[in-house]
Ligand binder design. Structure first.
Ligand code: SF4
Length: 372
């Protein structure tokens, strides 16, 4: 390479800064979440960039936009793929009910950091301006809604990330839910363990979670997210008697490799966290950079099943849809020419737009597992 070319090559930082600036404009137009990263996660990003010499590593793709994220669009993308809005059953948009026996409570639109692949970006962006002082009002609406319907057995706290609530607010929420005897389960979804472990030590959040008997579902997407500090947190939660689970999407360029996934699931198992599902990323606007074709999703899942112990290969490959979750075994028809598929579950037909094969450039395992 000539000296001139060397001088003209943007540094990794400059290249990422340009992508971030372009993404800022796109996020405003397309209602995507702005870039947000914690100091704790930024230390991992710095180590990744130093090792790779660029910012196209797996953890960067989790929180920073890539060139493909800006440029690639696939057929069938929509803003709110799981259709939360149609399932908002009360005046409050924080209360979503898609299934008869469980209610989703979007208790806060706030997260410790923002994931580029988040499927709820459209609704969360809209909720960003909601007044946190409304929490008691929303809680009252939620408890009224649950009491009015004895079929509801579970409340799922999500968002946003419920662990970003202050200890006092979390206490208020869990106390109200514990006072509802019809509930068998309070579930809480979070990425605070990997983005901000200190959040668990604000007040006595671990004690509150243990006392309420919650099921805690982490969303760890890569084995390098589980450093010693995160593993230590998982063990502390386990010692406190909290049941811990994990579920996550298979993301192109982040974790789309069976060997990497096996490593993640083993690491979770060692830390007493049981993985439930692998998800296909939802086709929301500007999600193509993360998506895989059905063929490759199935191949990765098959390899994971064939080459790993049973506590790993019991993990199901699951899809979201406006009509609820379904699995690969519910596939009934494919039209490869049109790039469409049809799943049938509980008597309902669920059409699916596959990712065009030419867009599905697999992540490089040497980059995604740069530590070797
Ligand atoms: S933590 Fe969860 S809700 Fe928040 S941006 Fe990430 S995926 Fe979305």
């Amino acid at each position: 390479m000539s000296q001139t070319a060397l001088r003209r090559s943007p540094s990794p930082d400059a290249e990422q800064a340009a992508l971030n600036a372009a993404y800022g404009v796109l996020a405003g137009e397309a209602r995507l979440l702005p870039i947000k990263v914690t100091g704790f996660y930024a230390e991992k990003l710095a180590a990744e960039a130093a090792a790779l010499g660029h910012t196209r590593g797996p953890l960067h793709r989790v929180v920073y936009p890539s060139r493909e994220r800006l440029d690639q669009r696939a057929p069938g993308e929509v803003a709110d793929f799981v259709d939360d809005r149609s399932n908002m059953k009360t005046a409050s948009r924080a209360i979503v009910q898609k299934y008869a026996d469980r209610v989703l409570f979007l208790v806060t639109p706030r997260c410790a950091a923002h994931c580029q692949y988040c499927f709820r970006q459209d609704v969360l962006t809209e909720m960003q301006g909601d007044d946190p002082a409304d929490l008691d009002e929303t809680l009252a609406a939620l408890t009224d809604h649950v009491r009015a319907d004895p079929a509801i057995r579970e409340v799922i706290l999500s968002g946003g990330d419920p662990l970003t609530l202050s200890p006092a607010a979390l206490d208020r929420v869990l106390s109200r839910l514990r006072a509802l005897p019809q509930l068998d389960s309070i579930r809480l979804h979070t990425r605070c363990a990997v983005f901000a472990p200190p959040f668990f030590d604000k007040g006595d959040k671990i004690g509150l979670l243990a006392e309420a008997g919650v099921r805690l579902v982490h969303h760890v997407v890569h084995p390098y997210e589980i450093c010693d500090r995160v593993a230590d947190l998982f063990h502390r939660l386990d010692r406190a008697g909290i049941r811990q689970y994990n579920q996550f999407p298979i993301l192109r360029g982040v974790n789309d490799d069976a060997g990497l996934l096996a490593r993640l699931l083993l690491r979770l198992d060692e830390a007493r966290v049981r993985n439930l599902s692998l998800f296909a990323p939802d086709p929301i606007h500007h999600s193509a950079a993360f998506r895989l074709t059905l063929d490759r999703l199935f191949a990765i899942h098959d390899r994971l099943s064939a080459e790993t112990p049973s506590w790993i290969n019991a993990t199901a490959l699951t899809f979201d849809s406006p009509l609820g979750k379904f699995r690969r075994e519910h596939l009934v028809a494919r039209d490869r020419t049109a790039g469409t598929a049809l799943f049938r579950h509980r008597g309902q037909d669920i059409p699916y737009h596959d990712l065009p094969a030419e867009m599905d450039v697999p992540g490089n395992p040497a980059v995604m597992l740069w530590r070797g």
